[in-house]
Design a protein around this ligand. Structure first.
Ligand SMILES: *[C@@H]1O[C@H](CO)[C@@H](O)[C@H](O)[C@H]1NC(C)=O
Ligand SMILES: *[C@@H]1O[C@H](CO)[C@@H](O)[C@H](O)[C@H]1NC(C)=O
Ligand SMILES: *[C@@H]1O[C@H](CO)[C@@H](O)[C@H](O)[C@H]1NC(C)=O
Ligand SMILES: *[C@@H]1O[C@H](CO)[C@@H](O)[C@H](O)[C@H]1NC(C)=O
Ligand SMILES: *[C@@H]1O[C@H](CO)[C@@H](O)[C@H](O)[C@H]1NC(C)=O
Ligand SMILES: *[C@@H]1O[C@H](CO)[C@@H](O)[C@H](O)[C@H]1NC(C)=O
Ligand SMILES: *[C@@H]1O[C@H](CO)[C@@H](O)[C@H](O)[C@H]1NC(C)=O
Ligand SMILES: *[C@@H]1O[C@H](CO)[C@@H](O)[C@H](O)[C@H]1NC(C)=O
Length: 307
């Protein structure tokens, strides 16, 4: 991608250098970077050069080199300068409000002045390979875990902060590779950028992936972050005497007496088997008890169901 773009820029530079004035070249940069904007006038030694910025509401002074002195427009005091041969403007600390057209007018030694050579500057706030952020689940690892409680929903947010430009930006959630509907939210920031957020409510385990599509100085980007959601059950407090009491309470009803009797028979047989087992092998009983429990201990004080 960078390779293709480089050749496009070189082609534009040659083309612009040949056709001199009346053309507009285009540059792309990332917010925070420094950009060098060449005044593409072709041959000659600069005597005076006048740089203007135009964002669509009329041009304003940026930097003038006249009679050997450099003067700067008020907003460019600490960040505009000229490169060695005075034909290239250096603009530091680019922000998204620097998007617009940069125009130069140049006086050269022994040649007629060249008017209005324009360069269009595109600024992208996101660097190539910027990942979306899932705030509550992103650890050092790109893929990490989230815990959800059984029968409760859990909100996952996927955020792409400080986006500019907003067009062609998209966040999509996938659940185990299938599109998962989400609620969009857009917040405008003071610096001209936009935060894009997509919320999902999850109730189930699985891998949730947030794919981001956006534009950077390198072109269209596609990145993704995944989290794995796990269900956690915090066990209800069970009184230890609960199980042996249940059959006794229902002894008055006929059919239930029958069931209770068969249960009792099974229990007695079981106990007898256990006693028999205990005499032969000591761990037989604990294996039988284990079959009544669906809960498997994972951490001290916390139980995880195996779904
Ligand atoms: C253009 O720049 C002027 C002065 O910096 C600013 O007041 C205006 O809002 C800008 N217009 C746009 C469309 O960015
Ligand atoms: C660029 O302009 C400065 C200020 O007038 C001057 O001192 C310097 O010699 C110029 N450089 C070239 C290469 O013309
Ligand atoms: C250029 O600037 C110097 C000092 O900043 C000043 O003395 C001189 O008069 C200026 N020259 C012109 C032509 O404005
Ligand atoms: C760049 O601009 C930002 C915002 O205007 C400012 O906070 C920061 O200090 C500037 N950095 C440099 C190196 O000038
Ligand atoms: C979750 O809901 C199901 C059916 O809606 C219910 O059988 C189960 O007991 C509930 N579990 C918890 C931990 O609330
Ligand atoms: C997700 O965003 C919503 C609304 O902005 C917020 O209420 C919630 O706490 C966030 N959840 C997480 C896990 O960050
Ligand atoms: C989620 O993905 C990880 C690795 O990418 C895998 O080990 C795990 O089994 C997946 N979990 C589910 C529930 O698909
Ligand atoms: C999401 O992004 C990943 C990594 O960039 C990519 O491999 C995957 O195909 C994307 N998924 C979809 C459905 O676009």
């Amino acid at each position: 991608m960078a390779h293709i773009q480089a050749s496009v820029v070189i082609t534009l530079l040659i083309w612009a250098a040949v056709s001199v004035s009346g053309t507009t070249t285009e540059l792309s940069t990332t917010a925070g970077d420094t950009v060098n904007i060449a005044c593409l006038f072709g041959e000659g030694t600069v005597i005076n050069i006048y740089w203007y910025y135009n964002n669509g509401t009329g041009r304003q002074k940026l930097l003038f080199l006249a009679k050997g002195n450099i003067t700067l427009g008020a907003e460019y005091a600490n960040r505009a300068s000229l490169q060695d041969d005075n034909s290239t403007l250096i603009l530091e600390n680019i922000t998204v409000v620097d998007v617009g057209t940069y125009c130069c007018v140049v006086d050269r030694k022994g040649q007629i002045p060249v008017q209005n050579i324009n360069t269009k500057l595109n600024v992208f706030s996101l660097r190539p390979d910027t990942l979306p952020v899932i705030p509550s689940c992103t650890g050092a690892d790109e893929s990490s875990s989230c815990s959800i409680h059984a029968n409760q929903s859990f909100t996952l947010n996927c955020t792409l902060p400080n986006v500019y430009p907003v067009e062609d930006t998209e966040l999509i959630w996938y659940h185990d590779r299938k599109h998962f509907p989400s609620i969009p939210e857009v917040t405008q920031n003071d610096d001209g950028t936009t935060d894009i957020i997509r919320h999902i409510k999850i109730y189930e385990t699985g891998n949730f992936t947030c794919n981001a599509t956006y534009l950077s100085a390198n072109g269209r980007e596609n990145t993704a972050v995944s989290v794995e959601a796990r269900i956690i059950i915090i066990p209800a407090i069970i009184p230890p005497t609960d199980e042996p009491n249940t059959p006794d309470k229902n002894l008055t009803d006929g059919p239930i007496v029958g069931i209770a009797l068969s249960v009792a028979t099974v229990l007695i047989v079981g106990i007898l088997l256990c006693i028999y087992c205990l005499k032969t092998r000591s761990h037989c009983c604990s294996k039988r008890d284990g079959q009544n429990s669906k809960v498997v201990q994972a951490d001290p004080g916390m139980y995880t169901t195996l779904l």
